[in-house]
Design a protein. Structure first.
Length: 508
């Protein structure tokens, strides 16, 4: 290993030890299941905002999105636009009423528990279905994060992809296993800040390195077509309206993401929600914009061109950092810290997904259904075991080094968004929503995504035939099913309606 790799390794080691240290510290504060899953509802505005957005974006922000723009052109920015709109709407319209309702509805600590309490589901059917959906789709989502980690360590240190992925998984497991929600949120806060600094600094330095002439560098390198900077084109061809709508539809997924919604539930006051909304909006606008710029400048800066083989183009940000910070030992060490920003994006998502999966199995299935009188210590033990099991299965899913980060994230995002998004919206805004409608909506949305993306008809899936993102159709199909079944079924009881009004009039 040469001196540059040694310095980079030292930077990584310092960062990883810091994250594990946070886990050890927070473990001392984690004594109950409410501490482990919600941090005692004590999140401040800054931590809530940055941890929510950091856990949302994952390695996709620093690898998948810049890589897609690098390879196919600025037509890929429509996803970023959709995600920005979705983020703002989620914080403005969902955060406050969801937090209120989870308190009113039996102090719910997880999304499945909230659904069960909201609709007074005494048979726990809704809780069971919700927990299964979370576990299944979060396996795929966690796999995307672990695949990102494997590619990062492989590109930076030349490690075997599988060894690299296992190293990242072990560190994430360490602090999630020990410290639970508080460890996850506090590490995500640090990681969100590091991601933000890296996103701003690296493209500016690369821009300076090419003399500030992006168009000239692109033309000189002969690497792009004339429409590369035209958002109406992708891969040299006009970008179909169906693709643009599909990209914008990513924004619909926000209101169905358990690892983001749980931050709303954990914020300590509505005043902090207002602060978090501003912070999150600014963070995501700048971060998404910077990630898109990285893809463009990267096309002009990274030579030779990265290819589609093995999804190499998803390493463009890594290559930019290595190029900018390469002159001397100090710069190499600083570059190592910025490379940790990519690791931060990966870890901040994987830890949240592992924790939500653990809550679904231990709190909702084990304590909620199997053993209702289980003591807190037993539930915490089951939670930590679940974290290990989910991580192990996710590693198997991501074992193929050719796994596309973008594809894995896309599938999981669609499944969770279509299954839960419509129900979250209607459960807090439409009092006529019924238990039967809720069950029908979750099953319809989740099953549709699997059918659309994975089941071939005549040798092709429906996605391959149409090019339409499953979330775009699945969300509205689930929404329609909830409304139709709710109207056809018996109206909610007076007790449920009273709780709805209590939520609307809730004051702290």
């Amino acid at each position: 290993m040469d001196s540059k790799n040694v310095l980079t390794l030292i930077a990584f080691a310092c960062y990883l030890l810091l994250m594990i240290g946070v886990g050890v510290y927070q473990m001392k504060k984690t004594k109950t299941t409410e501490d482990y899953f919600l941090g005692g509802r004590g999140l401040g505005g800054w931590v809530a905002a940055l941890s929510a957005q950091a856990s949302d974006m994952s390695g996709w922000l620093l690898m998948g999105l810049p890589g897609a723009i690098y390879m196919f052109g600025t037509g890929q920015v429509w996803i970023a636009i959709g995600l920005f709109i979705g983020t703002v709407l989620n914080w403005v319209f969902i955060a406050k009423p969801l937090r209120r309702y989870t308190i009113v509805a039996g102090n719910s600590m997880t999304l499945p528990e909230f659904f069960s309490n909201r609709f007074h589901d005494k048979k726990k059917i809704l809780m069971t279905i919700s927990s299964i959906v979370i576990t299944v789709f979060f396996l795929v989502y966690t796999a995307s994060a672990l695949a990102s980690g494997g590619k990062l360590f492989n590109q930076v240190f030349g490690l075997d992809y599988h060894v690299a992925m296992l190293i990242g998984a072990v560190v994430i497991l360490a602090y999630t296993f020990m410290g639970g929600f508080l460890a996850v949120c506090n590490t995500d806060f640090v990681q969100g800040a590091l991601m933000f600094i890296g996103l701003l600094t690296v493209p500016i330095l690369a821009y300076i390195a090419i003399g500030g002439d992006v168009s000239g560098s692109l033309a000189a390198n002969g690497m792009v077509d004339p429409n590369y900077l035209n958002i109406a084109y992708s891969a040299g061809e006009p970008y179909p309206i169906t693709s643009i709508l599909s990209d914008l539809a990513w924004g619909l997924g926000y209101c169905g993401m358990p690892h983001i919604l749980v931050r709303f539930m954990a914020i300590k006051s509505e005043r902090e929600i207002r602060k978090s909304t501003v912070i999150a909006t600014v963070w995501v606008a700048i971060s998404l914009g910077a990630a898109c710029i990285i893809g463009i400048i990267g096309r002009a800066y990274v030579i030779p061109a990265l290819t589609e083989n093995n999804k190499e183009y998803e390493n463009v940000f890594i290559r930019m950092i290595q190029g900018v910070f390469s002159d001397n030992g100090l710069l190499v060490f600083i570059g190592g810290i910025f490379l940790c920003g990519i690791l931060a994006a990966i870890m901040s998502t994987a830890d949240s997904q592992l924790l939500v999966s653990a809550s679904a199995v231990s709190k909702d299935i084990f304590k909620g259904i199997i053993k209702k009188d289980a003591p807190d210590k037993k539930v915490l033990l089951i939670s930590r075991i679940t974290v290990l099991v989910v991580a192990a299965i996710a590693i198997l899913i991501a074992w193929d080094p050719n796994s596309s980060i973008m594809k894995l994230v896309s599938d999981a995002w669609a499944g969770l968004g279509a299954a839960f998004g419509p129900l979250v919206v209607l459960s807090i805004f439409w009092k006529r929503t019924t238990l039967s409608g809720a069950i029908a909506g979750i099953i319809t949305g989740g099953a549709f995504v699997v059918l659309w993306d994975y089941i071939p008809f005549g040798g092709q899936t429906m996605y391959e035939m149409t090019g339409l993102y499953s979330l775009l159709i699945g969300f509205f199909l689930g929404l329609a099913m909830i409304v139709i079944v709710s109207l056809l079924s018996k109206a909610p009881s007076k007790e449920i309606l009273d709780e709805f009004e209590q939520m609307k009039n809730y004051t702290e």
